[in-house]
Write a protein that binds this ligand. Structure first.
Ligand SMILES: NC(=O)c1ccc[n+]([C@@H]2O[C@H](COP(=O)([O-])OP(=O)(O)OC[C@H]3O[C@@H](n4cnc5c(N)ncnc54)[C@H](OP(=O)(O)O)[C@@H]3O)[C@@H](O)[C@H]2O)c1
Length: 247
C-alpha cells in the first residue's frame, strides 16, 4: 500500500479495537511516523517501533485537540477513529447517553477536522479518514442515539469532502457493519476481527474509494438501504424485540 509509505499519520482512539488494528497494519505499510493517540496513555499498548509517537488526546477536550494540532503539525493522514456507543432506543433510551455519543462521535470529530484542516491543506496531498458506521444509513433501534450521531457525522464528512475538494485533501467515509471489538462485547453475532477489517479499509483507501463499507454485513445493509430504506425497517423489526412500552 504505497499510499501510506513514508507518510505521517495520526490515529485517534489507537489504544484498542479498530484503532489499534490500524496502527499494526500501518506499521507494516512503512508509514514514516504514526501519532497514536488515546485518552489515557497508560492504556496504550507497546507498539515497539521508533516510528510510534504516543500522545494523550480526548477529542472532546478543546485544549488537548489544540495541543495535538501543534505537536502533530506534520500530519499528512488523519484517521478519526475514536467513538463511543450508548445503547438505547429513540423513544425510551437514556438521553445523556445519546448526548455523549453526539459529543464524541459528532462534535469531537468536528473539533478534530477543524483543528487539522489547515495542517492537511499545508501538507497536501493529504487524506482525512472518518470512521463512521453502517448505522449512519441503517439505524438499528437498540442503538438509535449512536446511529443518529453517526448519521450526523456522515453528513459532516460529506460537507467537508466538498469544502476540501479543491485543496488536495481527499476525504473518506468508512461505514463498517458490526466488528468484533469491545463496542460489541456480549454480542453473539458472527463478526469479522478488527485486524482484517483495518487492512481491508486501508486497501480500499489505497484504491481511492472514498466511500467504504468493508464487511459483508455492512454491504448487505447498505444494499438494502440503497434499494429502499423501508426494507431495512423490515429486516430490523424481525431482529428487534424492543423495550416494553408502558401504554
Ligand atoms: N465495532 C463496530 O462494530 C463498529 C462498527 C462501525 C463503526 N465503528 C466505529 O469504529 C470506531 C472504533 O470503534 P471500535 O469498535 O474499535 O470501538 P472500541 O473498541 O470501543 O474503541 C473505541 C476507541 O475510541 C476511544 N474513545 C472513546 N471516546 C473517546 C474520546 N472522547 N476521545 C478519544 N478517544 C475516545 C476509546 O478510548 P478509551 O479506551 O479511552 O475508551 C477507544 O480507543 C468508532 O468510531 C466506532 O463507532 C465500530
Amino acid at each position: 500500500m504505497q499510499i501510506f509509505k513514508n507518510k505521517v499519520i495520526l490515529i485517534t482512539g489507537a489504544n484498542r479495537g479498530i484503532g489499534q488494528s490500524f496502527v499494526k497494519a500501518l506499521l507494516n505499510s512503512e508509514a514514516r511516523k504514526i501519532y497514536v493517540t488515546c485518552r489515557d496513555l497508560k492504556k496504550m499498548p507497546a507498539f515497539d517501533a521508533d516510528r510510534i509517537v504516543p500522545l494523550q488526546l480526548d477529542i472532546t477536550d478543546d485544549k488537548q485537540v489544540a495541543m495535538t494540532a501543534i505537536t502533530a503539525s506534520d500530519t499528512e493522514i488523519l484517521i478519526n477513529n475514536a467513538g463511543t456507543l450508548s445503547p438505547g432506543n429513540m423513544l425510551q433510551g437514556n438521553l445523556s447517553g445519546m448526548e455523549n455519543d453526539l459529543k464524541v462521535n459528532y462534535f469531537g470529530t468536528i473539533k478534530m477536522m477543524r483543528a487539522f484542516a489547515p495542517i492537511l491543506i499545508k501538507n497536501k496531498p493529504s487524506l482525512l479518514i472518518n470512521i463512521v458506521s453502517i448505522a449512519a444509513y441503517s439505524p438499528l433501534p437498540s442503538i438509535a442515539g449512536y446511529a443518529a450521531s453517526k448519521a450526523a457525522l456522515y453528513s459532516a464528512t460529506q460537507s467537508v469532502r466538498i469544502e476540501l475538494a479543491k485543496k488536495d485533501v481527499s476525504v473518506y467515509a468508512v461505514n463498517p457493519g458490526a466488528i468484533d471489538t469491545d463496542m460489541n462485547k456480549g454480542s453473539d453475532w458472527n463478526m469479522p476481527d478488527p485486524d482484517s477489517i483495518a487492512i481491508k479499509i486501508l486497501e480500499s483507501i489505497a484504491l481511492g474509494k472514498l466511500d467504504i463499507v468493508p464487511d459483508d454485513m455492512g454491504q448487505g445493509m447498505y444494499a438494502a438501504w440503497r434499494d429502499e430504506p423501508a426494507k431495512l425497517s423490515k429486516i430490523f423489526s424481525d431482529l428487534y424485540h424492543g423495550e416494553n412500552y408502558a401504554i
